[in-house]
Design a protein around this ligand. Sequence first.
Ligand SMILES: Cc1ncc(COP(=O)(O)O)c(C=O)c1O
Length: 390
Amino acid sequence: MEIKIAKRAEEISPFYVMELLGRARELESQGRDIIHMEVGEPDFPTPEPIVSAGIEFLESGNVHYTPAAGLPALREKIAGYYASQYGVKISPSRVFITPGASGALLLVLAALLDSGDEVLLSDPGYPCNQNFIQLLDGKSRLIPVEANSNYHLTAELIEKNWRDCTRGVLIASPSNPTGTIIDQAELEKLFSSVRSRNGFLISDEIYHGLTYGESAASALELGDELFVINSFSKQFGMTGWRLGWAVVPEKFTKVAEKLSQNIFIAAATHSQYAALAAFEPETMQEIERRQAVFKERRDFLYGELIKLGFSVPVMPDGAFYIYADCSRFTDNSYQFCMALLEKEGVAVTPGRDFGLVGQSRHIRFAYTTDIKNLAEGVDKIGHFLKSGGK
Ligand SMILES: Cc1ncc(COP(=O)(O)O)c(C=O)c1O
């Protein structure tokens, strides 16, 4: 008897970069040096005060479940962070601690979607969102976005694409893969367009705190009736601790609690205790230092990619990605990336992972490695291009 795999699960698309990573590991095991410019997580270790707080808690041995919504002290610290960082007052009762932003996205989407409900997303964008929506039997609609809107959705695009089955919009700013930030005036227009249709707005702010010009404004500055996703993963260098959060409107606190209890029971207890140290001045100073390092890398890599002949129409102002147009060299970025890995040992992510439109002429470069490695990677890319780019 054959046990069948659920159709919904089978239709989930894989991360294509995993194939490339698999090959990179194979090459490494054969002794090749690989320059990694595909990795979507900071290369820095978790800041010391966070690690110490986690160890201290673990040594107590009392590693039990926390309340489903998270440790009250951590929810309060996060509410305090919105007050100090953005000047926004929110009640800690609206903050839900989750296993990463991934858990927060799942929680919020599960609270919002019925079968067949449609969510508007940008193309290019973070690929897991569509898959979460599909798992919940919703529909995602990818809307191509261009340099003229900083690669973000606009009120105009929302108006054009809203249909009877559309329920809301999900944005991420700074964006993965483009690193670009949505203009605050545009976000305001977008939000009022969504509200006038009784729709929901989910704002994924996971790359806040990793911005290199002005800091990004939180969607919560626009009002309380929206959903914000964030995480300790990127800004606080805690990817492996699996800890994030969602801020939901007051009306959704009961349903979010019920869903958290059922889906996760609670986020990892030791990670929550560790994260209590994330907003301490000592940690925040270290985070600022890292932000300056990322800015230096961004400036370096951006300049070098332009010199090599890639086109980057909008300067990425956040995250740690540059989404470059490679159409001068190839009309198949996937093949280009595979060949670059084989020939030069440089791993970068082809556009294919981030959407449908324009994917074959884009590559995402991540500056999650130091300038010395980036410089070596750039030299090798230059050599690859000189020898035909194939
Ligand atoms: C835009 C965006 N949202 C959410 C996530 C998920 O992050 P995590 O679950 O590690 O917090 C990522 C990870 O790369 C991301 O790029």
